[in-house]
Design a protein around this ligand. Sequence first.
Ligand SMILES: Cc1cc2nc3c(=O)[nH]c(=O)nc-3n(C[C@H](O)[C@H](O)[C@H](O)COP(=O)(O)O)c2cc1C
Length: 208
Amino acid sequence: MSTFTDTDITASEVVDLYQFIYISRITSTGLSGASTLNNIAETSIKNNKINDITGILCYGNGYFFQYVEGTEQALTNLKNQLLMDERHKDLQMLEFAEIKARRFQNWALRSIVLEQWLFKDPNLTALLPFKPYTWKDEDSSKFLNSLQQYYNSQLKEEEVDMQPIKYNALGVTLSKVVGQHQAFFLIQTVLGTLIVLALLWFMLADKF
Ligand SMILES: Cc1cc2nc3c(=O)[nH]c(=O)nc-3n(C[C@H](O)[C@H](O)[C@H](O)COP(=O)(O)O)c2cc1C
């Protein structure tokens, strides 16, 4: 008698792959850490690689939106960690369900600080400002699809990177030279100096 029974075949086809989607609010603890997002991304990339979790973390307007995929056990463990993490609160699970394939195969965790440029898709302008607690189910899935399109476009351009925070072109260049946080402060300082110089110029222009 063959040992390859139907049951064996079905069992071998079962793929333990789940998606876990949630939203949460950053806390004062989260806001008080100078590099909260980078710290989260650093730990997550390390842990998620070990646990074979892939996904994306978005932050904007004080809210997190995270989509992760992996085995049921790995995601349950992560969910329990997230529930204890004091850097965010009011975790609202949008979905914990079985899936057939990964959406973000190459990203242990891509973290994105939402910026206008992410919303070039006119379908998404209705979702601005970023307030995911007010979204309907279809809004979340529209948003997720758009993130996946963005991911796919980066895949095509072979630009998939693991940078925790995405800057504009100037920021990317600067962050490579001086590091991510310094790049942010450098841009702020340069813009601040330009504004002060412009104000001085207007004030002094009258005097001469
Ligand atoms: C918004 C948010 C998203 C997070 N995402 C992940 C994640 O994808 N993977 C992960 O391992 N930890 C994530 N963390 C951190 C976990 O809550 C927890 O601090 C971490 O898993 C502990 O790891 P450690 O035991 O290696 O220190 C996240 C935390 C926050 C606040």
